[in-house]
Design a protein around this ligand. Structure first.
Ligand SMILES: Cc1cc2nc3c(=O)[nH]c(=O)nc-3n(C[C@H](O)[C@H](O)[C@H](O)COP(=O)(O)OP(=O)(O)OC[C@H]3O[C@@H](n4cnc5c(N)ncnc54)[C@H](O)[C@@H]3O)c2cc1C
Length: 391
């Protein structure tokens, strides 16, 4: 997207209502929605738009399990439902497709025990998967009713077919959000990250100053370090978790559901490609390399869905997911800073909730401290969990 912004590097002083630091899916939704609400917005990124974890291709929009219902699961359910309308508006506004589709998901059952658990979850889904007059199915189907997707050997004990999950093409979503943001007047600055924050002035890596009415820190794994420039935060506040995924040329008919078993995601996209993933690595030498762990996932996906066996690998990709001290998003006003907000930590479900994380940022800026966030999503909760004593 470099070259499409309206920023000259010779400008040393800029001003705006909102400076968004980080052009992943959270930062782009924030900039896009803020500009739609009439704010003058600058979004800066240390690299390019989508340089972080958002710039991949897996794109699963998978819901939490329907039992033990809580505020976090409700937030995600509401977000998965509202995303449909947000994406519709975005696609209409930009004329760009995001590859979004609520295609559902198949969960092969490995044993009689899993099947019994799935039966109880059916009741939970009927009770909890309801929003805005809509309900979503959780059905158990028998071997033979799935037309070899996934393969018959994978569904010896049957499978769950649910209709809530979906998929989006993350790169297409970023492109649409970037185009939509620019059309709404957002200034995109790439290759110049936020270096530090002094009051409501953001200092960019090239020395330029951005005088902002408010600042949103949406820099993914780099957010805790940015926060350090403002206040002393415990190192445990956030940590990156590496993931690897592969894109396969499978040329499947459109509309196939996702398949998920034992941590392996198979995500058929609108253009006929199929993404498979992901590893979850807390220790790694190189954040961007792929290795034998990804080969294992490709093999597992081929065994799960034999139509994929031997499919040509178009791309192998790895990146670092932002995980906060709690495995939940971390959103909130920085203590002592009325106009600086953090929004990160979406971890493995960000693509389905980023628009609601962005909405929460704008509500907080508007004075709604609660912003409909579950307790475990609040910055204060994360800071306390990380051991920060607050006065
Ligand atoms: C292999 C893999 C598969 C995944 N699959 C899924 C999935 O199927 N579904 C799902 O929902 N999620 C998935 N995720 C997780 C999801 O991609 C991430 O949680 C999400 O993209 C995080 O978005 P973000 O905007 O918070 O951060 P990022 O996308 O990481 O964006 C942060 C941005 O900030 C920029 N930046 C860094 N430092 C600065 C600075 N100082 N100033 C300004 N900008 C800065 C970076 O360049 C980057 O562009 C996956 C992740 C991986 C790695």
């Amino acid at each position: 997207m470099t070259g499409r912004h309206r920023y000259s590097p010779s400008v040393r002083r800029l001003s705006c209502d909102l400076l968004v630091a980080g052009g992943g899916v959270v930062g782009l939704w924030t900039a896009y929605l803020a500009a739609g609400a009439g704010m003058r917005v600058i979004l800066c990124d240390a690299g390019c738009i989508g340089a972080g974890a958002s710039g991949g291709f897996l794109g699963a929009l998978m819901c939490h399990m329907p039992e033990r219902w809580n505020a976090k699961k409700q937030f995600q359910l509401d977000a998965l439902v509202s995303l449909e309308e947000r994406i519709c508006d975005l696609e209409a506004e930009t004329g760009l497709s995001t590859g979004y589709g609520r295609v559902g998901r198949i969960l092969p059952l490995n044993s009689a025990e899993q099947r019994a658990l799935a039966e109880t979850r059916k009741t939970d889904a009927a009770r909890n998967w309801r929003v805005a007059g809509r309900t979503f199915d959780w059905q158990i189907v028998e071997l033979g009713s799935l037309a070899n997707w996934p393969g018959t050997r994978a569904v010896a004990h049957g499978a769950v077919v649910e209709t809530l999950s979906g998929r989006v093409d993350p790169r297409a979503l970023l492109a649409a959000l970037g185009a939509g943001a620019i059309a709404r007047g957002v200034t995109l600055i790439e290759e110049r990250g936020l270096k530090s924050v002094d009051g409501e002035v953001g200092l960019l890596s090239d020395g330029a100053e951005v005088h902002a009415g408010a600042i949103a820190l949406t820099a993914g794994i780099a957010t805790p370090a940015l926060l350090q420039s403002i206040m002393a935060v415990p190192e445990t506040l956030g940590r990156p978790v590496k993931g690897q995924a592969a894109l396969l040329a499978a040329d499947l008919p459109a509309g196939r559901p996702l398949v998920f078993r034992d941590g392996v995601y198979v995500v058929p996209h609108a253009n006929g490609t199929v993404a498979v993933g992901s590893t979850s690595e807390n220790a790694f030498a190189d954040p961007c390399s792929t290795d034998g762990q990804l080969d294992t996932i490709i093999d597992q996906a081929g065994r799960l869905c034999p139509e994929l066996a031997g499919a040509c690998v178009i791309e192998r990709w790895a990146a670092l997911r932002p995980r906060a001290v709690l495995p939940d998003p971390m959103i909130g006003r920085i203590p002592g800073r009325a106009r600086t907000i953090v929004a990160t930590g979406g971890f493995k479900i960000t693509l389905g909730i980023a628009h609601e994380m962005a909405r929460a940022v704008l509500l907080i800026l508007d004075g709604d401290e609660d912003a409909g966030l579950p307790e475990t999503f609040r910055l204060q909760t994360h800071l306390a969990r990380a051991g920060l004593k607050q006065t």
